[in-house]
Design a protein around this ligand. Structure first.
Ligand code: MD6
Ligand code: FE
Length: 202
């Protein structure tokens, strides 16, 4: 376990067969709830394509950022696959169970700008992220935008926990290193982020 500014990085938490099984589960979710390229409130398309599993899915469109109970097509999000829930239970056993799993697909050109994850109702609950496929350069900043940053490579099978003091730290993905993993059949990366998005009524 490595601690980088309060982010707990569990290198190689998932072995190769577990990664493969998880990719199969995610592909099944994406057949029911296909990836979409979201736009910001200003209409700027993100480079990452997204879908979700769980009671709530994170979306952005002209109406802004929020959690929604349905895919933009109108179908309910599929349930969070059991092996994905098992990672959460293994790494943050004290936390409430997650009700949202955001699925991000990065093609080799995709990136994610520095952001905070703050659309969840209860910010005392952690966010757990799982990396599958090509390596990604993850940048960790501060509780305010700007300042010095530190970068770490996230590799296939790595799990990252953002909680406690670090829960509102700015972070982003600078780039993907295509061809560094043989897990997926195309160059790119899948990132799963599990969250407790809703309030305690859920
Ligand atoms: C990514 N991850 O790894 C983007 N957010 O592709 C995130 O934005 C993230 O890894 C919250 C907690 C952990 C993360
Ligand atoms: Fe994030």
């Amino acid at each position: 376990m490595r601690d980088v500014r309060g982010f707990r990085l569990l290198d190689g938490w998932l072995d190769r067969p577990a990664q493969q099984a998880m990719v199969d589960e995610i592909r099944a979710v994406l057949r029911a709830a296909p990836l979409v390229r979201p736009v910001t409130r200003r209409g700027q398309p993100l480079s990452v394509r997204m879908s979700s599993a769980g009671r709530l899915g994170w979306v952005t469109d002209r109406r802004g950022y929020r959690y929604e109970p349905r895919h933009p097509s109108g179908v309910a999000w599929p349930p969070i696959p059991e092996p994905v829930l098992a990672v959460w239970k293994g790494v943050v056993p004290e936390a409430r169970l997650p009700d949202s799993c955001l699925i991000n697909w990065y093609d080799p050109q995709a990136r994610m700008g520095m952001h905070q994850d703050r659309d969840e109702a209860d910010l005392t609950q952690p966010v757990v992220s799982i990396s599958l496929g090509d390596d990604a350069l993850f940048r960790i900043g501060n509780l305010e935008r700007g300042g010095r940053t530190e970068s770490v490579w996230l590799r296939s099978g790595d799990v990252m926990v953002m909680g406690g003091e670090a829960r509102l730290t700015f972070h982003g993905i600078d780039r993907i290193a295509p061809g560094t993993s043989t897990l997926l059949d195309a160059p790119g990366r899948i990132n799963l982020t599990l969250r407790v998005a809703g309030g305690s009524e859920g």
